[in-house]
Write a protein that binds this ligand. Structure first.
Ligand code: ZN
Length: 228
């Protein structure tokens, strides 16, 4: 997941419906689901690096500007997820991952700035993703860093787009590289990062339910655990 030369402007998905609701399945099917989705196994779901109160962590602190809060968190999530995907980049190649996929056989296709849809390998898709986000975050007109700067009118729309793309990076890791993350001992970090991202998104209305659906079972599993 390194650099790229393209400047894609949008992304799209193609979803092939698959059974995904663990609770509606019988024991045999449940075992099969857990084999396919080891990240739902209880011993892994419980693994975190912190049990911080995520609502308190993600809520807008009193007196802070919401756009500033969204901007600083967007930058932080990008840095963390970029670092995380870099750690797994040698395991995510055009051979291992010829399509950019997520749970439920979701296939992510990239739309370039001419509107052309590109069905590409996962490493190429995530190259596009990270380069696109990097360009946005370093654009002073979109993410101003100077004191007293005004955020542009479409700022929240762009933040939502960044969160969708970052969510897909994590969705691909859970779907295709979770066992490798286990071997490396990265799964507590992955869970914590995912919980933080989804809580922040929920708190600030950044991700649509249809986009998080492929990992809804994990969101529920992680949420249920935090309540016990
Ligand atoms: Zn991959």
């Amino acid at each position: 997941m390194g650099g790229c030369q393209s400047h894609p402007s949008a992304a799209d998905t193609q979803i092939v419906p698959q059974p995904s609701d663990v609770n509606k399945l019988g024991d045999n099917n449940n075992e099969r689901v857990l084999e396919e989705r080891p990240y739902l196994q209880q011993q892994y779901v419980s693994e975190r690096i912190t049990h911080t109160d995520m609502t308190a962590l993600t809520s807008l602190p009193p007196g802070l500007d919401q756009a500033e809060w969204l901007a600083s968190n967007t930058v932080a999530f990008f840095k963390h997820i970029n670092l995380f995907s870099s750690a797994l980049s040698e395991l995510c190649t055009p051979t291992t991952c010829p399509t950019a996929c997520g749970p439920d056989n979701t296939v992510y296709t990239w739309t370039d700035d001419q509107g052309k849809k590109l069905r590409c390998s996962a490493p190429l898709y995530f190259d596009y993703t990270m380069s696109y986000i990097q360009d946005l975050l370093t654009d002073e007109d979109v993410f101003p860093t100077r004191a007293g700067s005004v955020f542009p009118a479409g700022f929240v729309f762009l933040v939502k787009k960044v969160f969708l793309l970052l969510f897909r990076v994590l969705a691909h890791i859970y779907w295709r590289h979770y066992r490798e993350a286990l071997v490396l001992g990265l799964h507590p970090h992955l869970n914590t990062l995912f919980i933080h991202l989804t809580h922040f998104s929920l708190q600030h209305d950044l991700l649509e339910a249809e986009h998080t659906q492929p990992l809804q079972d994990l969101i529920i599993a992680l949420g249920q655990h935090s309540l016990t």
